[in-house]
Write a protein of this length. Structure first.
Lengths: 385, 69
């Protein structure tokens, strides 16, 4: 139609409903981002939001609708007077032929408005204790199975993987848009898919132990999705610890504040995961060094003991030999000094009443004496002196 | 080796040494005493030799065990 091409066959006559349906198929493909100021606004009981946006500079106004699900996800409380960028497509309501812009996402325009929304939400979440340290879970040591949500287009995922180190991590990556407010829906979908992986601890055992959400640095505008309330709540309810590695200038993304571990870059997030492994590797190296030293010490002590033992053995041998020599020498000495040896040489011992006689003056004629020889004794009577 | 027996062996050696000294110190040998001393020393030498054989065997066993470890 934009090039003058007719929507249907020239001869075909459409019913109104058929024609509106045909238009809506065409409009569905005419996605656009439009900027305007909210002029009227009505929130229906169903949660859907009906509003008008008008051009700030020129005459021009469009009715707009935001379905409840998308409105909840956008995390912005729309108000009259707000300047917003809507992402969506036109649609004709069949009942009255009224054209409306169906907004899938809404973004605030201007740093000031973004900052105010950021500050308001931050204050609200702080009051709820969403960022409280007591609520945060500790990242377990030696994590091996990691879920990663990021854009596969940039260098971020490569930086992350290169900095993880070779510790056998099993990384499950889900690609998601990460730029602008429009990233909120895909990020949320990615987190929900990750939740299913966490809970899948069945036969495949693919459950992850930690979730990492990473992207490079950006302005408040480009990081809008990371300040989305629905995503923040998904983070705090996530079944395993969440690490945020989201680069930022000044205002820390609210999702990062809510995460269990916050790092300023994807590289730092990788280091956080590999830290316990790295420490273990260093400890192992130190332990190996200690083992080598202990082994050397044992060898040294063994050598010392061997020498000491040899010395003790030698000393004992010397003592035994020495004792033998002393006994042998004593035997020889005693043999030489044994009075019985003199008897064998022909000497004899004369006794009277058992007492050895050393002089002839000790005896008288008639005394009975005993004379001992080497082989026996005799009794004899003194007849002459 | 029990401590008591070590003392005993040592004591025997000391007694033998004392007997030998006694012989050395005698200017005039008392034959009866000399005989007693020879008998006494002979007994002590016999006991000491027996103990020395035991000690030597015990030592050989210990040395073999240590060398096998």
């Amino acid at each position: 139609m934009t090039n003058g091409t007719p929507l249907g066959a020239e001869d075909k006559v459409f019913t109104i409903a058929e024609y509106i349906e045909l238009l809506n198929v065409f409009f569905k493909a005419q996605s656009a981002r439009i900027v305007g100021e909210i002029s009227e606004l009505k929130r229906a009981a169903s949660g859907h939001v009906y509003f008008s946006v008008k051009d700030k500079e020129n005459p021009g106004s469009l009715d707009a609708i935001m379905w409840a699900r998308n409105y909840q996800l956008c995390g912005i409380a729309l108000e009259v007077g707000m300047e917003v960028i809507l992402n969506g497509h036109p649609n004709v309501y069949p009942n009255n032929g009224r054209l409306s812009f169906v907004a899938d996402t809404v973004e605030l325009v201007g740093e000031g408005a973004l900052k105010k929304a950021y500050d308001d939400l931050r204050k609200k979440l702080e009051a709820e204790g969403v960022f409280a340290a007591e609520r945060k879970r500790t990242l377990p040591d030696y994590v091996t199975r990691i879920g990663v949500i990021t854009s596969m287009k940039g260098a971020v995922i490569h930086d992350f993987e290169n900095n993880l180190g070779k510790f056998g991590f099993k990384v499950n990556v889900i690609d998601s848009r990460v730029e602008g407010a429009q990233a909120a829906a895909p990020l949320l979908a990615a987190m929900r898919a990750m939740r299913e992986i966490v809970e899948d601890t069945g036969s495949r055992g693919t459950g992850i132990e930690a979730l990492v959400i990473i992207r490079g640095g950006g302005s408040l505008e480009s990081l809008q999705a990371f300040n989305n309330e629905a995503l923040v709540r998904e983070v705090i309810d996530f079944p395993v610890p969440v690490i945020a590695g989201i680069g930022h200038d000044q205002d820390v993304p609210l999702m990062a504040l809510a995460a269990d571990c916050m790092t300023s870059t994807p590289t730092a997030a990788a280091h956080l995961l590999s830290r316990s492994w790295e420490e273990a590797r260093v400890k192992l190296q130190q332990f190996t060094g200690i083992l080598v030293r202990v082994e050397q010490e044992i060898k040294r002590i063994r050598a010392d003991l061997g020498m000491a033992l040899a010395s003790v053995l030698d000393h004992t041998i010397w003592q035994i030999e020495s004792a033998k020599e002393r006994l042998l020498s004593a035997e020889k000495f005693l043999k030489l000094n044994d009075p019985r040896r003199q008897l064998k040489l022909g000497y004899s011992i004369t006794r009277q009443h058992g007492k050895i006689l050393r002089s002839s003056k000790e005896i008288e004629i008639g005394d009975v004496l005993s004379v001992e020889f080497s082989d026996g004794a005799i009794a004899t009577k003194v007849e002459k002196i | 080796m029990p401590k008591k027996e070590t003392k005993s062996f040592k004591h025997h050696l000391e007694e033998i040494a004392a007997i030998l000294e006694w012989f050395d110190s005698q200017e005039e040998l008392d034959v009866e005493q000399a005989l007693d001393k020879v008998k006494q020393a002979g007994e002590l030498i016999k006991l000491s030799k027996a103990r020395l054989v035991e000690v030597e065997n015990e030592f050989k066993e210990i040395k073999t065990k240590i060398e096998q470890e």
